[in-house]
Design a binder for this molecule. Sequence first.
Ligand code: FAD
Length: 487
Amino acid sequence: MASSRLFGAGARFSHSAIVLPAPRHRFASRRSGYAVAAKAHLNENREYVIVGGGNSAGYLAHAFAEKGLADGKLCIVAKETVPPYERPALTKAYLFPLDEKPARLPGFHTCVGSGWERQTPEWYKEKGIELLQGTTVSGLDIAASTLETSSGDTIKYGNLIIATGCTAARLPEKIGGNLPGVHYIREVADADSLVASLVRAKKAVIIGGGYIGLEVSAATSSWNIDTTVVFPEPHVMFRLFTPSIAKHYEKFYEDRGVKFVKGPVVSKIVSGSSGRVEKVELSDGTTLEADVVVVGIGAKPAIGPFVDAGLATAEGGIQVDGQFRTSVPGISAIGDVAAFPLKMYGRTTRVEHVDHARKSALHCANALLETLTDPYDYLPFFYSRVFENSKSSRKLWWQFYGDNVGESVEFGDFNNKYGAFWIDDGRLKGVFLESGSPEEFALLPKLARAQPSIDKARLQSVSSVEQALEIASKQVGSPPATAAAVG
Ligand SMILES: Cc1cc2nc3c(=O)[nH]c(=O)nc-3n(C[C@H](O)[C@H](O)[C@H](O)COP(=O)(O)OP(=O)(O)OC[C@H]3O[C@@H](n4cnc5c(N)ncnc54)[C@H](O)[C@@H]3O)c2cc1C
């Protein structure tokens, strides 16, 4: 497990920062449509520089502003050309059919996902936060405390915070991974391109049975597009769901016309005479017709320039301690890219979920801006929501907290409310709930954090979610979420 002893002293730098434009692009760093010339000291006072501009960067900016420390001190260097937004929306309300009022920016800029202020371009301007958008960082010089951009500019930083997230894993070009009509979804531009394809699509093949595959296939089915999901594992959400949990979800999708092809992998994506995708060939010889293909086969941490510069790595990401400090003093990493000590379970991990992106940003801000902060103590939390558009007869909304280790016990009725506990060594380690009430969902983190001892035989005899939650709640002394009687 990573521990803070592995890391440097975390010295804080407060250089007076300067930007050194490459001669051929004298004003290149001001070229973005959204770049905000907030203050007279633009480009001269980059005490804190965030590389990223996604979910965690938006929350970090929020924290700086809350502490009154944003003005003139903070700069965000971002590849995308829009300010930070709540990325999960891209495969949810963004993909609603066009007559269903789909979400569009500026509606879901951070931090609306937490019920906080919507940070529009004007918000950044008001707070004196510099946004260098459409700017990709391609190099890091640790000795000089500078970043190099792909257009050749050099940006000097005081403290650096890496918040570059992940990029979608791609299928190789030689098997058709880059054909027109083949989509990957990570950024808002990807979602726009997918929507443009969906408008004329009749048959969709979704590759991957994880979060992206399930969210996108729910969306394409609500567009009345004939949808097939292909993946090599025996069931959907293979890393989290048990086979019996997965069965309920698969049936729900199948009842709405979605087909699943489990086992084979994609061997080739083939284009038609127009050059656009026409069919997908599978390793078992099956051919699926498709005029749109969405690939959701995982993501890779965007760590290139930083690893090249010598930052320590772990779990495919950038290694940090419980304060999000990397192996180099003055450089932190947050969100999807950070491999951090998961204190509860005594291991180092990376988490590619928005709850961690938000919390790691807020924790990092405290570590950078306050004198003393306890080490990050994260409780893993995953969720998804699908079939939320107004034509859907039912929405699915599940949440999971904790660790899916040990044996699982399921309870409730999937047609109404359904859940599962993972029990290891007689203790509750993971809790899963589909279609709970807000009070019941709010109870889950308390249970997963407390890890109460659970009588498995008693749990197996319950018939409802309410009863199961009451049994667990009593063990931690919390009141149950509802007043249901336990038999
Ligand atoms: C389509 C989709 C749906 C999701 N749904 C859910 C969900 O339902 N629930 C959930 O918990 N999580 C979900 N997630 C995961 C969640 O969105 C991420 O965990 C979260 O966005 C991570 O935040 P981040 O700031 O680390 O990275 P990101 O939000 O990905 O931001 C990283 C930013 O850095 C930029 N960047 C990368 N490299 C560079 C560079 N060299 N120079 C400059 N900029 C760079 C990128 O362009 C990007 O804008 C979803 C993710 C996606 C893609």
